[in-house]
Structures are given as structure tokens and as C-alpha cells.
Design a protein around this ligand. Structure first.
Ligand SMILES: Cc1cc2nc3c(=O)[nH]c(=O)nc-3n(C[C@H](O)[C@H](O)[C@H](O)COP(=O)(O)OP(=O)(O)OC[C@H]3O[C@@H](n4cnc5c(N)ncnc54)[C@H](O)[C@@H]3O)c2cc1C
Length: 403
């Protein structure tokens, strides 16, 4: 909500840092900076809790980062559901993996929890505040954020002044990343959350339905709703509506779609694979705003939280009064961020390329069955169990029965 004091607060305050976007990256970096005694404002264009396009899977990295932030999900009234199995289903067969240290939680709840954590640390939070433009005023060395504030009662524009701006606004509404070659073209994200108590999907089971033109992840959330998150080729959406594109993936893998799929409220995200400069004179970028690779392995939240830690850590190491502070912080952040995520990005990128080519994917699955140790490098969350003779660790891997 927009507080009544906000116009005064905005007019009179020079913030140490303004964080744009209260997703996992934004809330985490705001909480960490505030702990470093900074005067931090966190804004989001949306008000209250809302659904996001996401597979809602928390990777081991995401869980470790949440723990480091002292966010205790297990202590929640409704804790997240442990994710135990994943089935990769193509038209030619299925592969099932055991998973460990993974969980499922709806994004509405996760994001609300992280905002609450930031506020608890002393961060000032303002929902309903959309940042339209960020400028760098060289004379004062301040960043000027041109904001539009909306609530049912108020609507006004304001200029927020800050020493530092962190862009955590997620994937941009438009993207330059286009390639004519389908193999490299960035896909579009579409998804919905719907109620279907009879849909055959156990809690703790992630189903990935894979077609050559797109894939779709399905999990049951803690409120028993089914979360559908898909990445599809742009050309498919030129001819079909989002629900039709998803229904075709179900059809291709011989699965019956949930009832009410055609009336579900779908959300979309533009081109998913992209990269932006991590900093410039106006702002630092963190989370999806910094870069993202398709969601096949469900690791974006972990990367966003890790990026937040690296950026806040870089702030702690540099004297902010140095004339080259932006550069020094930026370089430290870039070094830490790439060291922490580069391998994951490359692994996911390779996997997303393999999934687009049926033969390549079938080969990947075949090799997975024969060389479990190798596949563990591709799917690091898969569980390893001792082999029968107890000497070599093997993947908990089995052939799925259907279709
Ligand atoms: C189909 C799909 C499935 C996925 N599945 C998974 C998964 O299972 N597991 C996983 O870990 N990751 C998954 N991801 C990735 C994950 O959703 C993102 O990586 C994660 O949300 C990134 O967090 P963020 O804080 O950077 O951005 P976001 O969560 O997108 O948050 C950005 C925030 O900025 C706000 N904002 C935007 N513009 C403005 C503005 N101008 N002014 C003010 N506020 C603004 C938005 O309202 C939003 O709240 C998936 C992604 C897709 C597309």
C-alpha cells in the first residue's frame, strides 16, 4: 500500500539505496544492505501479494540462500512441500529422477515472506510504485528515479533521490535477444495456476512434459493448486493462444491436461534467455534483470538470491566515498556473481539446447541411464545412492511407465 506519509518521505529523503522490484533478488539485497546500516527503500509496481509465472521449485542453492538470510520456511504454518521426484516425459518415453534438498512453494507466499524479511530488517517498503526512468545527476552524483504511485485512493508522480539504485525488476517487457535459428532463439514463458483436485499429480512430484517446440513443468502447490510453467517457441504463440500451446505439449506427450485449462488466466514473460550489463553509472542489476537462462532446471530463484548476496557483499568491501566506488563495487560484484553462477548458466544453456532436438534429447536420456555419474553433472539435484556392491554411487534413476 502507498502510505499517506510517502509524498513527504519521498520529497525530503535522500536514500542510501533504492531497490526497484520486490522479487527474491530485490527483497534479499534490500535486507542485506539494510543490515549494513544503510537507509534502504524497496519499491514494487504491484501492490500486495500476486501470482508470478514460475515453476515454484526451490533448488538446493535457493534453500541454502534462504537459510543464510534466516528465512525459516519449515517454521511456516504451511511449510513448503519437499520435492522428491522429477519425471522427464517425451513422446518416446519417460525418465524419472530422485531429487534431494528441493521444495515447492507458491511464489505469492515466498515473495511475501521475503518482503516481510526485508521490512523486519528495517527496509522501507512501498508497493504500487512503478519506476519509469532512472537518471544519473552528475552534479549532485545522485540517481533520480521517476516514479508513478498508484493505489485505489491515490495516484501521483514523484522523483525519488538516491545515492545508489539497484534494478531488481526481473525480465524486461521487451528483449533484443532474437535469433532466426530456432535452436538458439529465445523462448517465451507462459504459465497459470489452477484448481484441479482430480488431476493426476502427487505433491512432491515435478512433471516435465517435453515437446520439440516447448516444455511444461507441473507441480502441486501447498494450497493443492496445480502450477503450470512453460517455455515455448515464439512461432507457436503466433498461431495459438497460450492454453492451446500448453494443451499441445500435453497432447504430444500423451497426457490429459487439467480440466479448465482453456479458461485459466495465463501470464507471459518475454524472451527468457538474455544477459544485461551488471552495472553502469545509473544502477546495478541483480536477479533476472542481470541475466537469465531458460527455466528448464528451475534454478532462477537460487541465482537471484545468490546475486543479491554477491552485490551486498561488494558494497561492504568498498569505501562509498571513493570517487571510483561504482566501478570498484561493480567489478567485485561481477567477479563474485560470475564465479558463483557461470557454470550453472552454461549447464542450463546446454540442456535447453539438447531439449530442442528430439534425437539429441533421446541420446541424453540414453546416456543418463547408462552413465549415472555423468548425468549427475547435468542434473546436480538428482540423488545418488550406493550401488548394489556398495562401491560406486549411482543415480536414483528409473524408467517412468507412461505413456
Ligand atoms: C516459466 C518459468 C518457470 C520458472 N520456474 C522456476 C522454478 O521452478 N524455480 C526457480 O528457482 N526459478 C524458476 N523460474 C525463474 C524465476 O521465476 C526467476 O528467476 C525469479 O523470479 C527471479 O527473481 P527476481 O527477483 O530477479 O525477479 P522477479 O521475481 O520477476 O521480480 C521482479 C519484481 O520487479 C517488479 N517490477 C518490474 N518492473 C518494475 C518497475 N518498473 N517498477 C517497480 N517494480 C517493478 C515486479 O512486479 C516483480 O515483483 C522460472 C521462470 C519462468 C519464466
Amino acid at each position: 500500500m502507498i502510505s499517506k506519509q510517502l509524498p513527504n518521505l519521498l520529497g525530503s529523503t535522500i536514500w542510501d539505496a533504492v531497490v526497484v522490484g520486490a522479487g527474491p533478488a530485490g527483497s534479499a539485497v534490500a535486507a542485506r544492505l539494510q543490515r549494513g546500516q544503510k537507509n534502504v527503500l524497496l519499491v514494487d509496481r504491484r501492490n500486495g501479494s500476486f501470482q508470478k509465472l514460475c515453476g515454484c521449485c526451490l533448488s538446493p542453492k535457493a534453500n541454502a540462500e534462504l537459510e543464510a538470510l534466516s528465512v525459516d520456511l519449515a517454521a511456516e504454518d504451511i511449510p513448503p512441500i519437499p520435492l522428491k521426484h522429477c519425471t522427464f516425459q517425451t513422446a518416446s518415453g519417460a525418465l524419472q529422477l530422485g531429487l534431494s534438498h528441493m521444495a515447492v512453494m507458491s511464489r505469492e507466499r515466498l515473495d511475501a515472506l521475503l518482503i516481510a524479511k526485508a521490512v523486519e530488517s528495517g527496509v522501507e517498503y512501498q508497493g504500487g510504485t512503478k519506476i519509469n526512468r532512472i537518471e544519473w545527476d552528475q552534479t549532485s552524483n545522485l540517481r533520480l528515479l521517476h516514479a508513478e504511485l498508484k493505489s485505489p485512493q491515490h495516484a501521483f508522480r514523484a522523483t525519488i533521490r538516491s545515492r545508489t539504485v539497484i534494478d531488481a525488476s526481473g525480465l524486461p517487457a521487451t528483449s533484443r535477444a532474437r535469433s532466426k535459428n530456432q535452436l538458439f532463439a529465445s523462448r517465451i514463458g507462459i504459465g497459470a495456476v489452477l484448481r484441479d483436485d482430480h488431476f493426476a499429480l502427487e505433491p512432491g512430484h515435478l512433471k516435465m512434459l517435453i515437446a520439440p517446440w516447448g516444455y511444461c513443468g507441473l507441480v502441486r502447490l501447498e494450497n493443492n493448486c496445480v502450477d503450470i510453467a512453460a517455455a515455448v517457441d515464439l512461432r507457436i504463440l503466433k498461431r495459438r493462444s497460450p492454453w492451446q500451446a500448453v494443451a499441445e505439449i500435453f497432447d504430444h506427450t500423451c497426457h490429459a491436461p487439467p480440466t479448465h485449462l482453456s479458461t485459466a488466466a495465463f501470464i507471459g514473460k518475454p524472451h527468457l534467455t538474455r544477459r544485461s550489463p551488471l552495472f553502469d553509472q545509473r544502477c546495478y542489476r541483480v536477479g533476472d534483470a542481470a541475466g537469465y537462462v531458460e527455466p528448464l532446471t528451475g534454478e532462477g530463484i537460487g541465482w537471484a538470491l545468490r546475486g543479491a548476496r554477491e552485490l551486498a557483499g561488494a558494497f561492504e568491501q568498498v569505501d562509498l566515498d571513493r570517487p571510483d566506488a561504482v566501478l570498484q563495487i561493480g567489478l567485485r560484484y561481477r567477479r563474485g556473481y560470475w564465479a558463483a553462477t557461470r557454470r550453472d548458466f552454461h549447464r542450463c544453456r546446454l540442456l535447453t539446447l539438447a531439449v530442442r532436438n528430439r534425437r539429441l534429447w533421446d541420446l541424453t536420456m540414453k546416456v543418463s541411464r547408462r552413465v549415472p555419474a555423468l548425468v549427475h553433472r547435468i542434473f546436480p539435484h538428482a540423488t545418488l545412492q550406493p550401488s548394489h556392491d556398495g562401491r560406486h554411487p549411482v543415480l536414483s534413476l528409473s524408467d517412468g511407465g507412461e505413456p
